[in-house]
Design a protein around this ligand. Sequence first.
Ligand SMILES: N[C@@H](CCC(=O)N[C@@H](CS)C(=O)NCC(=O)O)C(=O)O
Length: 326
Amino acid sequence: MGYLIKGEWHEGWYDTSKTGGEFVRADSQFRDVVTANGASNYPAEAGRYHLYVSLACPWAHRALIFRKLKQLEEVISVSVVDPVITEGGWAFRDGFTDTVNGFAFLRETYVHANPGYSGRVTVPVLWDKQTGRIVNNESAEIIRMLNSEFDAFTPVKTDFYPAAMRREIDEVNAFVYERINNGVYKAGFAGSQRVYESAVTRLFAALDEIEMRLGQSRYLVGVTLTEADWRLFTTLIRFDAVYVTHFKCNLRRIEDYPNLSNYLRDLYQVPGIAETVDFDHIKRHYFLSHRHLNPSGLVPKGPMLDYGTAHNRERLMARGAKRSVS
Ligand SMILES: N[C@@H](CCC(=O)N[C@@H](CS)C(=O)NCC(=O)O)C(=O)O
């Protein structure tokens, strides 16, 4: 694992010494947008854009979910990196190939797009084949583009970020991002016992709150399945398999929460979603990439959980969310 400084690769782990042991996620740097109406440099077109993803990564998983839900498989192509990060960062090897540029390492896309790039090399990356540039490497923005800007090229017009619900979706997203999506990393990458304990306590307080909310409504924002649910899903589906042990988020499992565990099954069983979940990549990525957290390099065999079993969420269809997160 490492990062680029002015286009040069350096090996190195996240430095938490300057932040009192706290893991601080850096902002993504490529923030252009694809637009349906040509209002940006990147007009929506079929076959022009490419996604670089890891099947292991919760942020990249968001993008794969939106590509699947919006039936954009023929419109936006994909390259999958090797799930294990070793020296050199995310790489294409052992059958994982960069089908657009033929690069050996993902970092080459960053340097190609910006030769002076300094920062981490992360997935997902939305690449423009026409200009050879990175359009965007922020999953929260990539899913918005897939949700709305490619509707001319898909029969699926479902809007997962409807205008009338945006305020509430944004509110839930902010809470879920800070306390849960990033919360598991704050626990797992904490550089001291104090920081870890505080992170894990905040994480589970947030899960308790979401558990209550999901007792009132089928989805995070009432009876409509929205972007907010998919953003939570990618963390929940990794939780019992990885975060409980590898990141020491072990006060409870998702399986121990009646509402969260049924909700997770409900989302997992949405047509197409199970195909986007790859537990082999997920487990190998975390347990083999962060070797200082798992020096033996052994990948756990379990847990034995089946997300295809029945859930009880339909009974909540008539009711909307009454509670709001604080
Ligand atoms: N804010 C970014 C975060 C992406 C991210 O951190 N991806 C991780 C994989 S789960 C990564 O590529 N990490 C490599 C690194 O930090 O060196 C997004 O949501 O797109």
